[in-house]
Each structure stands twice: as C-alpha cells, then as structure tokens.
Design a binder for this molecule. Structure first.
Ligand code: DGL
Length: 267
C-alpha cells in the first residue's frame, strides 16, 4: 500500500464506481476514498443554487477529514454546476471534473447526429450548452434528460434487476433519423449509465457508439498526480483498504455487498 494521501472519488451515488475501476487500473498503488452523497441522491432533480451550496459545504468537511491528494468529481451533474466554484473555494487542491464528452463525440460522428444522455440537471446546465457551442457547432446535438436511468442503475448494481422496458423508453429519444442519416453516437453523460450500457445496447433501435468517458477522466487524474511531488500522508487510516463513505450514514446489506465487491470498506 502507498503512504501517499488518498485520491477522493465523489458522486451522488454509485455511478462514480465506473470511474474508480478505471482509476485503479492506472493507479494500482494509490489509496482511494469513494464518497457517495446518497443522502442527497439524485442530484439530477436538485435546483442549481441549493445543490451548489450543498456540495461546497460537503467538500469543506471531506477535504478536512480525508486530506486527499486530489479529488475527482465523478459526476456530470455536480461537475457541470460546481467544478469552477470548487476550484475557487479550495485553491491549491486539484479537482478533476467529469463533463459530457461532447468534443470527442463531435470528432468521431460520421452522420453528424449525436445525442447526449444525462440527468435533467446536466441537460439544462449552461456549461453543457457552452460545450456544444464550442465543440459541436457543426453537429446536430440532441440533449436527452432522463429522470429514471441513474436510479435504474442503482437498483441494477444492488439487486441485479433491470427494467428493460423502462431503459428502452428512457433512451428512445436519443435515436433520430433525418434526411437518410441516423444518430451514430450517444454520449453517456452520467457516470451511472455505463453500468447498464449492455441493456441500452439491447434495447436500442439500432447500433450506436456509446461514449463512456471514465477512462479519460482516470487518465486526467493520473496525469495530475504522476509527478510524485506531494505532501506525505497525514491520515493514519490510509494504509488500510480503500474506503467508501455514504453521507446518509446508512447502508443496507446490498450496498455493503456491492462495496465489498469493489474492495471498499465502509468508513
Ligand atoms: N452520476 C451522476 C452524474 O454523472 C448523476 C446521478 C444523479 O442524478 O444524482 O451525473
């Protein structure tokens, strides 16, 4: 185990685990603390000012408690709202954000029809609109806000059950046919969605490229801490197994089993 401070991985729920698993491949010797703000899940339904205040308050505690080397906001709904405010509020602490992979989608599409599948929060963010304006002005980008998919992924990861009819209905608006062209890329702009990507493939009306940015996020985090110039660890618990924190303070059996499967001890 490393004697360096942990990498803090943050999401509203279990979606950030899709980023954690990639991060571990690149940084096998690093300790990780996974924080699920389950008390506030789902973020997609929150009003912006309240969510911003909530996350900034939470981070004041998390940085103090875990003294991480870097924090990865493995949540599009949070990053698109608060990443700049986090950097301003906690200068000197590196934050890696997760924002919709609109640039790579625009570079890769052949039909020019791209859909961004996200929470209702991410879809309405100015940040998301700006990304489209900046990188995808030559494409037709459809924003699809889903109320249910993050919750469906939470259920799937705990209970192994997916309501396929619901998945089909939620992803259906992503698929457009226009002048003989079809949507060929769907951006998975919520970190929960890769967990149910197989069900999306199965229920999609035609094959598309499902863009999951998890590996790119992990690479970014790795690049920021790869130089080894960090302070020694001040947290005596960091030499144990990786830890998971649930802000509700309550974890049921299925959640504990899931965390165990990911090699995370509930802190
Ligand atoms: N995993 C989060 C994201 O990437 C969202 C889930 C939620 O609605 O809280 O956007």
């Amino acid at each position: 185990m490393s004697d360096r401070p942990p990498v803090l991985m943050f999401d509203s729920g279990i979606g950030g685990l899709t980023v954690l698993r990639e991060a571990r491949v690149l940084m096998p010797d690093r300790p990780f603390v996974y924080v699920a703000d389950d008390a506030a899940f789902p973020y997609g339904a929150w009003e912006e000012p309240a969510l911003k205040t909530h996350i900034l308050g939470l981070f004041a505690d998390l940085l103090d408690r875990f003294k991480p080397e870097i924090s990865v906001i493995a949540c599009n709904t949070a990053s698109t709202l608060v990443i700049e405010a986090l950097r301003e509020t906690f200068p000197g602490h590196p934050f890696v954000g997760t924002v919709p992979a609109i640039k790579p989608a625009a570079e890769r599409t052949r039909s020019g029809l791209v859909s961004v599948l996200a929470t209702p929060g991410t879809v309405k963010r100015q940040y998301t609109r700006d990304l489209i304006h900046q990188w995808a002005s030559k494409c037709h980008v459809r924003l699809v806000g889903s109320n249910r998919l993050a919750g469906l992924a939470e259920i799937y990861m705990r209970d192994g059950f997916v309501d396929e009819a619901a998945v089909r209905a939620e992803i259906a608006p992503c698929f457009i046919e226009q002048d003989g062209r079809r949507t060929d890329i769907v951006v998975l702009a919520c970190t929960h969605y890769p967990f149910i990507a197989n069900r999306m493939r199965k229920t999609a009306p035609w094959p598309v490229d499902w863009l999951d940015p998890a590996e790119a996020i992990a690479r970014r985090a790795h690049s920021l801490i790869a130089d080894g110039k960090t302070a020694p660890c001040e947290d005596p618990l960091s030499n144990g197994p990786d830890r998971a924190v649930f802000t509700s303070g309550r974890t049921d059996f299925a959640t504990r089993r899931l965390m165990q499967g990911f090699g995370l001890a509930i802190a």
